[in-house]
Write a protein that binds this ligand. Structure first.
Ligand code: NAP
Length: 240
């Protein structure tokens, strides 16, 4: 029987590549999304991967959504906490709403996603937790006090979960992508994009599939002794 994988924000961007790569490796995949029904429907049509809509910032909705996924597909073996947002502003202009939106989605959202799945993983003696953090959680970033705080917090989550889960066959690891050619990055003016690329020694943006390959490795049995680690995938832009 194939393993079951849940990918939050798995319907587009990096998450879409992760969902597809896990499916190609033989996992039964559930991809979640927040509100873009049109994109989610097109994704399911193209890939055959089921999508589920809930807000990762809402604990009750996450718990209910996860119960529905497990009822449909079976117990979740692999969880990829990928859903994330930005609400950028220089600190002196950052509003409490911008701070709270990002904390609720990127940090509390990881708690809300993993917490309902964790007891089942402990009982079954197997689990893979993979959190998509960011280069900006490692180095900080102008106008991203909120985002950098959450992405650094995500690293604390996996290092702690790794220690709690290791004896139960559960690993927890993070991936810190650098700048990846998703819609979000491709939407910035070409001049700004060129400036970003100028900071990347590899001389290019990363591809979503390059992050997805890190995920399929960390999810595999080959990665069972890798626990509490961070994979930096950033074209040599920054060394943690
Ligand atoms: N792109 C980069 O260069 C880059 C670099 C480093 C790290 N990252 C991280 O990688 C992850 C994916 O980024 P991306 O660029 O692929 O993002 P994206 O293209 O904007 O896609 C985000 C996905 O997350 C979902 N989502 C957003 N808020 C949600 C919420 N509250 N509840 C449930 N789902 C939610 C979206 O659903 P809808 O489609 O319904 O909106 C969408 O499926 C994020 O955690 C991001 O911080 C990205």
């Amino acid at each position: 029987m194939s393993r079951i994988a849940l990918v939050t924000g798995g319907s587009r961007g990096i998450g879409e590549a992760i969902s597809k790569a896990l499916k190609a490796e033989g996992y039964t995949v559930a991809a979640t999304y927040a509100g873009n029904d049109e994109k989610a429907a097109a994704f399911t049509e193209a890939t055959g991967i089921k999508t589920y809509k809930w807000n990762v910032a809402d604990y009750a909705a996450s718990k209910e959504g996860i119960a529905k996924v497990e009822e449909d597909l079976g117990p979740i073996d692999v969880v990829v906490a990928n859903a994330g947002i930005t609400r950028d502003a220089p600190f002196h202009k950052m509003t409490p709403e911008q701070w709270n939106d990002v904390i609720d989605t990127n940090l509390t959202g990881v708690f809300n996603t993993v917490h309902p799945i964790w007891p089942g993983m402990r009982e079954r003696g197997f689990g893979r937790i993979i959190v998509i953090s960011s280069i900006n959680g490692q180095k900080g970033q102008f106008a991203q006090v909120n985002y950098a705080a959450t992405k650094a917090g995500d690293l604390g989550i996996v290092k702690s979960l790794a220690q709690e889960g290791a004896a139960k066959g559960i690993t927890a690891n993070a991936i810190c992508p650098g700048y990846i050619a998703t819609e979000m990055v491709m939407a910035v003016p070409e001049k700004v994009r060129e400036k970003i690329i100028g900071m990347i020694p590899a001389g290019r943006l990363g591809e979503p599939e390059e992050i997805a390959r890190c995920v399929t490795f960390l999810a595999s049995d080959d990665a069972s002794f890798i626990n509490g680690s961070t994979i930096s995938a950033n074209g040599a832009q920054f060394f943690a």
